[in-house]
Design a protein around this ligand. Structure first.
Ligand code: FES
Length: 353
């Protein structure tokens, strides 16, 4: 057999195995998506079997990640892990520190720059023999930074939905293995085995890079780090919205009102305090909880609107977060009063161009 034929045979075998594994794991005898005509629950019968996206197209790497996030087989151990994280990180001040609530930005992606940057730089130095001694310093810096980075990630992970947590578990396992490889690399270098040190470091770099891609998919495709109030804000026009008479609003209790979106009504959370009314986008910035079903509480010296889902607290005066898991402020609307009625509008920074 020629080398090319051998490569093709190996590729076909690997793809077939991956497909059968995906088939068994994800579909368990069901058709995968509406419109999919592929037989499920047994080995594919096409001459060159490939995992597919349910519409006859080969499944992309990120399609595979999406499908993995639907696998519920490991939910029980993941729930145990989540309980453990919540127990270890119980003080709210610690959690808020890790979430980045004090910073006004999620802390995990900020800290993640350090291990990713130092390990990548170490990979460059390892490729240049005279520069290799400096690589160990960069690897050590990345290893040290990986610990707080992981703690931030764990705190965020514990307050996400099931699909994000499933993929987050894969991200965490890959990062843990990458970290172990880098620690092994440092040990090997300290013992004078530079070759093994470089092999372990490059292996760690490959794994950390793949894991970073999973993290990016969680952020961008699964919106795990996004501000979930912004899509609603983008729907609203910047016209004044009539929210009805002031007297219809109960004192200190969030109420639901709607604003005119582009084709769909947008939920708003409205809180009356005496003659003053504060109006917020109704979807919580964290993961979209219904703020109009929340409560008004004093948190860290400020009157706050508290989300019913995970307890994020937003200062009624400013929308700034006073307690996580949110790390960002809740979008607030401008308010004016006219003939006993309350009117609100979005600041025009979200106006469509
Ligand atoms: S949705 Fe999580 S705190 Fe609001």
């Amino acid at each position: 057999m020629s080398a090319g034929a051998a490569r093709r045979a190996l590729g076909s075998t690997l793809v077939g195995s991956l497909c059968r594994w995906m088939d068994a794991l994800l579909n368990a005898g069901e058709r995968c998506l509406p419109g999919c005509s592929a037989p499920r629950g047994r080995a594919p019968v096409s001459p060159v079997p490939v995992a597919h996206d349910g519409y006859g197209r080969p499944m992309s790497l990120f399609g595979v990640l999406d499908r993995l996030s639907e696998v519920s087989a490991f939910d029980k151990p993941l729930e145990t892990a989540r309980t453990a994280v919540n127990t270890v990180l119980r003080p709210q001040a610690v959690r808020d520190l890790l979430h980045g609530t004090w910073l006004g930005h999620p802390l995990h992606p900020v800290l993640a720059q350090v291990p990713v940057g130092t390990w990548l730089s170490a990979g460059v130095l390892d490729a240049i023999p005279p520069a290799r001694p400096a690589a160990a310093l960069l690897i050590g810096t990345g290893v040290a930074a990986a610990v707080p980075t992981a703690l931030c990630g764990a705190a965020d992970w514990s307050e996400q939905d099931d699909a994000v947590r499933r993929l987050g578990a894969v991200h965490a396992v890959a990062n843990t293995v990458a970290l172990s490889l880098y620690v092994g690399s440092l040990v090997a270098r300290a013992k004078g085995n530079g070759t093994l040190g470089r092999v372990l470091a490059y292996s760690g770099l490959g794994l950390a890079g793949g894991s970073a891609a999973i993290g990016g998919h969680m952020s961008y495709a699964q919106s795990s780090g996004a501000n979930h109030a912004v899509p609603s804000a983008r729907q609203l026009t910047t016209d004044w919205i009539d929210l009805g008479p002031l007297d219809d609003l109960a004192e200190g209790r969030p109420a639901l009102r709607t604003g005119e979106g582009q084709g769909t009504p947008v939920a708003l959370a409205v809180v009356r305090r005496g003659a003053r009314v504060d109006v917020f986008i109704g979807a919580c910035a964290h993961v979209g909880g219904p703020l109009a079903e929340g409560t008004v509480e004093e948190v860290r010296g400020a009157e706050c609107l508290v989300c019913p889902w995970h307890g994020s607290a937003f200062d009624l005066d400013s929308g700034e977060p006073r307690r996580g898991p949110t790390a960002v402020a809740q979008e607030r609307l401008e308010v004016r009063y006219e003939a006993g009625r309350v009117l609100a509008r979005l600041p025009n920074r979200h106006a469509p161009k």
